[in-house]
Design a protein around this ligand. Structure first.
Ligand code: SF4
Length: 746
């Protein structure tokens, strides 16, 4: 590690700011950061975006907390934050926690984990233990405002919620993309550095890109075809495509047929979704539906890929399911050029069958929603805090999350947080959520931690293995230790427990499992991953790497993968293109793809009813992405927020004329749950009848300590989102397609 006073190259670092995980070369000259793409990274090959260049500024953000703080005072506007030592912070937590548990039991405890946890292998390893230690069913995360529908569909189809097929971008002939804008987002559930370059290459080799989106996004502008769909109807379209493929005998599942259950029941299940019905509800017309289905059937290879605009709707799980059904019907699931399963460095091959996937092992106390992957819908968190009775949430732990900006009916959640007996946040900033905490525990900055993308490398469009070291010294305990200490304290250990016992138990337990799998001695396996300066998180990673599909098996394969090999080459390893993985990737009980699982079968009736819902006259709200933003947490970096106002309400000119709105004027937007006053941007980029606001803004709440963000706060779109409108299979909130009324503000 090097300190920042030294000019020169500090080293190489995987960018932790989005799913692309670009390799960066980071240096200093004359006291300034020099960050550029690592041309020797075999996956990103020198690509980076403006966010990556801001990593140094993010690390040095003067508003980033360097020590724990305890809030003194109840009103965020007047409260003060007292910097304290780590022992004092944990003592405060222990005192308050003891009182809450004594008075209300462990079911009064809750946890919320935010999106940045997906970018940290430390958190991936240490959060499950923390959650278990709470002993509560109140587990919430950003997944239920994001990708949970895909977990549900993969769980139901393949038996494994993490077996998510990704489009084989580099080889496909036709890419159908719904509700995704990777030229702004850089990809989601599809790890692909230089997504723009990959799409460009697709078109240069004669392939086609079809984008389905209510907005003419940057991605849509480079597409061969842009279909401006009515928001919230992606599931209808996808099921309609399946209908045409089956009706016209265009389905060619090929080798997939032998692994599929209920293929013969699909035609009846999708019968109501005729091109005429689907064309009307989507606003695309029957011809477009027919043409798209025939194009998919005729393409040598094709991949259907749907993301947040399709998933964060009332039919998100159906959209996710139908995406892969169409890939099956065209024979494109699990074949080069289609939608494939990644097998990156830390992953293991499966056995071809397993325990399957179920949801609803318990239900939410207030909303009655079924548990999914051990979680309840975050849309219901406010009510779980506010509604009295047994199991009412009295204490909340948040880790790297800002639900006051990123989850529905934000104003009510903010109000609910104010009444908690204990709130602890592991977070580097005093933001809209953490300003309500009693104690905030800051993790080190992004350049002071090693990095491996456990979750996201498993969604890459090539098989990869990339690890990077911490480039700067910690300015506090590492995050694994903060989480381990919290786990210990929640488990009843003394507040000065340093968490190392929790960490060692975790490493030993995993070493035991690995030893059992490989027929080795557990103590020797444990010792083999120990390193003089290695963190427990890196030891756990080494266990995964060495016992995984590419691993050295602790000496069994001389050229196999280990952390030592990645430590020797910070540019990372390319393990080759994706390869077919069926049937070993399946974990259904019978080792087959369950094409028509019972929850989907019954939810299709709800979708069929929705074909006939009267939509006339309603404006609907959708979100949007920007390349310089990532949810709520990059708005305090000057270089990422400069330029013209980005938090605007986009309105089509026809709607603007009808409503008396003008470009640069203001509008009042009302939904069933809230209202806000926002600047107007009139643009024909958006479909008539649709308005758009980006999410993650609204930094002007009292007590927020984000000086740059506070200068251009924007408005919080989640003031408008309705916690009562969720996808029932996944508990995911409807963030796209919200009915609103808009009027001009004089
Ligand atoms: S595309 Fe993503 S990973 Fe790459 S530099 Fe930008 S923010 Fe970082």
């Amino acid at each position: 590690m090097t300190d920042t006073t030294t000019d020169g190259v500090l080293g190489h670092r995987i960018c932790p700011l989005c799913e692309a995980g670009c390799g960066l070369e980071i240096g200093r000259r004359d006291g300034r950061w020099l960050i550029r793409g690592d041309r020797l990274d075999p996956f990103s090959k020198g690509f980076l975006c403006p966010k990556g260049t801001a990593l140094g500024a993010l690390h040095e953000d003067p508003d980033r907390l360097r020590s724990p703080v305890i809030r003194r005072g109840d009103d965020p506007a007047t409260a003060t934050w007292e910097p304290v030592g780590w022992d004092e912070a944990f003592a405060e937590i222990a005192d308050r926690l003891t009182a809450v548990v004594a008075a209300h039991g462990r079911e009064a405890l809750a946890v919320y984990v935010g999106n940045p946890n997906a970018h940290s292998h430390e958190n991936a390893f240490f959060l499950p233990g923390l959650i278990r230690s709470l002993g509560t069913r109140h587990v919430y995360s950003a997944s239920t405002v994001d990708q949970m529908p895909k977990h549900v569909s993969s769980g139901l189809l393949f038996g494994d919620p993490d077996a998510i097929p990704v489009p084989d971008l580099d080889r496909t002939d036709l890419l159908l993309m719904l509700g995704a804008n990777p030229l702004e987002s850089n990809g989601s559930l599809c790890t692909a550095p230089d997504f723009p370059g990959r799409l460009d290459a697709l078109r240069r080799r004669g392939g086609r890109l079809v984008v389905v989106d209510p907005r003419r996004t940057r991605t849509a502008t480079i597409a061969d075809t842009h279909l401006a769909i009515r928001p919230g109807t992606d599931a209808h379209l996808l099921v309609g495509l399946a209908h045409v493929l089956l009706r016209d005998d265009l389905a060619r599942p090929g080798r997939l047929a032998e692994w599929c259950r209920d293929l013969d029941h699909l035609p009846a299940a999708v019968a109501p979704f005729t091109p005429e019905a689907v064309g009307a509800v989507t606003g695309l017309g029957a011809d477009a539906v027919e043409t798209l289905a025939r194009d998919l059937a005729a393409a040598p290879t094709a991949a259907v890929y749907a993301r947040i605009g399709a998933h964060t709707t009332r039919f998100g799980s159906l959209a996710a399911w139908a995406t892969d059904v169409v890939n099956v019907l065209t024979g494109n699931l699990d074949r080069p050029g289609g939608a494939m399963f990644t097998l990156s460095g830390h992953q293991s091959r499966g056995s071809g069958a397993g325990r399957g996937f179920t949801t609803g092992r318990w239900t939410g106390r207030v909303g009655g929603a079924p548990e999914v992957r051990g979680e309840l819908p975050v849309a219901h968190l406010a009510e779980e805090i506010l509604v009295p009775g047994p199991g009412q949430v009295r204490a909340l732990f948040t880790v790297a999350g800002n639900p006051v900006l990123s989850t529905p009916d934000s104003a009510r959640l903010d109000h609910a947080l104010a009444g908690l007996d204990l709130m602890v946040s592991v977070d580097p900033w005093l933001n809209e959520t953490t300003r309500r905490a009693h104690v905030v525990l800051p993790p080190p900055g992004p350049l002071a931690r090693s990095h491996y993308d456990i979750g996201l490398a498993g969604l890459a469009v090539r098989n990869i293995a990339k690890w990077s070291p911490a480039l700067l010294p910690h300015d506090g305990p590492p995050e694994w230790q903060i989480l381990a200490r919290l786990t210990a304290v929640i488990g009843g250990e003394a507040p000065d427990d340093d968490g190392r016992g929790v960490a060692e138990a975790l490493v030993q337990a995993r070493a035991q499992r690995v030893a059992t799998k490989l027929g080795l001695d557990p103590a020797e396996v444990r010792e083999a991953v120990r390193g003089p300066a290695r963190s427990p998180a890196d030891e756990l990673l080494d266990l995964m790497l060495r016992s995984g599909a590419w691993g050295d098996g602790f000496g069994a394969r001389a050229d196999g993968l280990s952390l030592a090999r990645l430590e020797a080459d910070h540019h990372g390893l390319d393990l080759g293109p994706l390869v077919p993985r069926l049937p070993e990737v399946l974990r259904t009980t019978d080792g087959r793809i369950d094409l028509l699982p019972a929850p989907i079968r019954s939810d299709l009736d709800r979708l069929a009813d929705d074909l006939h819902r009267d939509r006339a006259g309603h404006l609907v709200l959708v979100g949007r992405r920007h390349l310089r933003s990532n949810n709520s947490w990059l708005h305090n970096v000057p270089v990422l927020v400069k330029g013209r106002e980005r938090c605007t309400l986009q309105v089509h000119p026809d709607d603007a004329t009808r409503l008396g709105l003008r470009d640069g004027g203001r509008a009042l937007v009302r939904s069933a749950v809230g209202q806000l006053d926002t600047p107007v941007e009139v643009t024909d980029e958006i479909r008539p009848g649709v308005v758009s606001l980006p999410h993650g803004w609204g930094h002007d709440l009292p007590g927020v300590r984000l000086r740059v963000a506070g200068e251009r706060p924007g408005v919080n779109s989640n003031v408008l989102t309705d916690p009562g409108s969720i996808d029932p299979l996944s508990g995911t909130a409807e963030l796209n397609g919200i009915p609103v009324e808009v009027e001009a503000v004089p």
